[in-house]
Design a protein around this ligand. Sequence first.
Ligand SMILES: *Cc1c(COP(=O)(O)O)cnc(C)c1O
Ligand SMILES: [Zn+2]
Length: 559
Amino acid sequence: MKKFFYQCAHCSFKAEYTKLIGACPKCGGEWLDPLYNLEETAALWQTALPERDHTIWRYWELLPLRNQQNIVSLGEGWTPLLQIENMGAMLGNRHIFVKDERQGPTASFKDRQASLAISAMKEADIKEAVVASTGNVAISYSAYCARSGIKLWAFLDSDVPHEKMREVTLYGTEVIKVSSNYDTTKQIAAKFADYRNLFLDKGIKSLIAREAMKTLAFEVAEQLGRIRSTRWAAPDWYIQAVSGGMGPIGVWRGFKDLYDMKLIDKIPKIAIIQTEGCAPMVNSFHKGLDVVEVVHNPTSVINVLATGNPGPAYPFLRQLVLSSGGAFSKVDDQESFRAMRVMAQLEGISMEPAAAVACAGLVKLVQDQVIKPHETVVVNASGHTFPIEKQILESEIVKRHTRVQNIDGEAVAIMEPDVTPIRQEGLINALKRLDEKVQSVAIIEDEPDARLLLRRILQYERKYKIYEAADGASGMALIQSKKPDLVLLDLMMPEVDGFTVLDTMKANEQLRDIPVIVITAKDLTSQDHQRLSGRIESLLQKGEFMEDQLVESISDVLK
Ligand SMILES: *Cc1c(COP(=O)(O)O)cnc(C)c1O
Ligand SMILES: [Zn+2]
């Protein structure tokens, strides 16, 4: 177990980090930063690092997770650092590199954030989570949640392209499409999480997101070091297309850590590139404002960068650029599309429009001589163009998402494919009504892995409210208090076993009619069969059924 501390940026309160926390216990401030032992880590990394796996987790000592067993990984990180020779020759700078984040497990640099965030949720024993997204976070979180059995509710704004929604849906995430912009979508997601009492991912406000992005800096410094045969090396510039600002803040912190560890001798200047149609940070910086001027209606078609209100990220980045150099710059959509074509045609790198914004920014900064010909530049190629296989999952997506609409200032839920809005009702009332229709299933099973698998299968079917108990006695208590519509029962459990649970249920007038499906690893004797006969709906042998068989038995019982 790793021991480390955190500190509140507002009041400097310090305490040991024990689990994922949202705010400072002393002043309620949301900006917390972890404190690690940098000196010890610097010494350790000199010898240990070359032996380690090439994922973000090679930097384990400086990531905010306590137990390595909680890592949820799909091999994220250690993406290539590619030299951009043709474009470099064109621009007259031979030291331009692209950090190819398209090569992450879900094709964007959000995989770093997702891997750490879902691992932290696992460590905090969170089973269900809510996230708001312009697309890429939802895709990435969906993959990692699927892998770890966490149920995810993804709230997407109205401009998220179909291809991305389909990708989210494929992972089994519950998709809620909000007929409004990203900032409103975030508010509705927060309201929903609050009402359901679910964990809300706070994005850049959480230390997790910023810490995850540090790994980009560590990798760049290691990779550039290899190229220069110096072990570690920092570029002069880091350039990124910016929406919420998590990337540049995290990357800066990563370089700052390395600098404090005396592994590099400078911290790169950060260039923040935004689109003309949504450039709150760039505009506010050029107006000399220290608080951001919010963009209420982003007009760029590049929806991934649609954060109109970046909140505290702006003053932080402004301070950084003022004190250590860097740049705030904006490009329009057309310039970005052009950069997208140039990168594809000259370098063989096809990136999504949001990522191309950074390349358009690079061109501009070099041409304006903000970036000098001898300076080394790393551009974040933050996401891939999405493969389009339109036909295949089209019907799936229609069937599987909920829309939320703002009517006269009130959010209204619409379940697809039943497209009649439930008018006169706010979101919360509409959700309550939906809840009443949802059937509940209790899983009584002592093996955590088996419990998780059952939960996962049911979650994917998504109609059910799921309760869990890890032994017969608490299972009985659960059945008594919740009166579920169905019980999934394991037979072999220590102390109170499944047979006893079944006997107790059948002896109770109120519980006797609740249907039971038995799932067992036990080879049943004829005596066992007799004890079950006529009292259960079906019997499934562990390890011998596919999920559709389970789902079928369940819907047979519950229809
Ligand atoms: C999220 C995202 C960005 C913006 O990231 P922030 O650092 O949070 O501003 C840029 N490009 C792509 C492809 C993204 O997914
Ligand atoms: Zn505080």
